[in-house]
Design a protein around this ligand. Sequence first.
Ligand SMILES: NC(=O)c1ccc[n+]([C@@H]2O[C@H](COP(=O)([O-])OP(=O)(O)OC[C@H]3O[C@@H](n4cnc5c(N)ncnc54)[C@H](OP(=O)(O)O)[C@@H]3O)[C@@H](O)[C@H]2O)c1
Length: 257
Amino acid sequence: MTTALITGATAGIGAAFARRLAAQGHNLVLVARDIARLREQATELHDRHGIEAEVLSADLSADEGIEAVEKRLADRRHPVELLVNNAGFGNKGRFLEVSMADELTMLKVHCEAVLRLTSAAAVGMRERGRGAVINVASVAAFLPRGTYGASKAWVVQFTQGTAKDMAGSGVRLMALCPGFVRTEFHERAGMGTDNIPGWMWLDADKVVAAALTDLARGRSVSIPDPRYKALMGLAKVTPRTLLSGVSSRAGRSYGPR
Ligand SMILES: NC(=O)c1ccc[n+]([C@@H]2O[C@H](COP(=O)([O-])OP(=O)(O)OC[C@H]3O[C@@H](n4cnc5c(N)ncnc54)[C@H](OP(=O)(O)O)[C@@H]3O)[C@@H](O)[C@H]2O)c1
């Protein structure tokens, strides 16, 4: 049995990774801040699939939280073969409406934590000659979209570059770039979703199934769903000014939290 560590495992895409990997027989290390929710999830997955599920409560916006997960990833007696850097969030508001503290917290969770956890996992994976890292980015990585899009663009660039550097080592890295997925993300960020058409919404379980298929195929970037593949193809040939006009509006109407 192999072990997968998933950050942001309590909800949305992370919880979908936990369900699918448990069903495939992987042991799990579930990471997030809400310890009660983590324990409940671990018990349910253990009872349903007979796998071992550890819980690790860590706030990835704090050094101590990142260090706790780095320590678990570096434990050679209990190796982690698959790391899913998934924890993330949106901030409510456009540039200058979001406090500098919240902007920096986003960079810490989306970029610094991803860099440090990928590095902590990759050392042991390279020694063992096998392992994989999925870094959850977004299609926002390909669009002009404030700090969120910029942080996810970093995730894609970092992952693609690192995948190249690790080629031949047995360690695979892939950036996962979903479009709009029905999770707790938008509600937590206080984002209104009324202006997002129904056809643009993806299901978290289907996103995860497509991601794991793409990882097995050796892709370094995964854009689940043909609708978003087509949209991102179109985005490549659309003038940036037009693109920024559209992307700065979609999914960015902010209701009360
Ligand atoms: N939903 C979308 O439309 C969408 C689209 C593209 C990409 N994404 C990306 O997908 C990833 C997962 O998002 P989601 O949609 O599944 O959101 P979600 O349902 O809100 O889940 C977010 C998860 O991240 C954890 N988390 C948040 N801040 C954390 C922190 N400081 N430390 C540790 N864990 C933290 C949360 O758990 P706790 O609160 O218990 O800590 C939760 O488990 C994110 O990186 C997001 O940017 C989402």
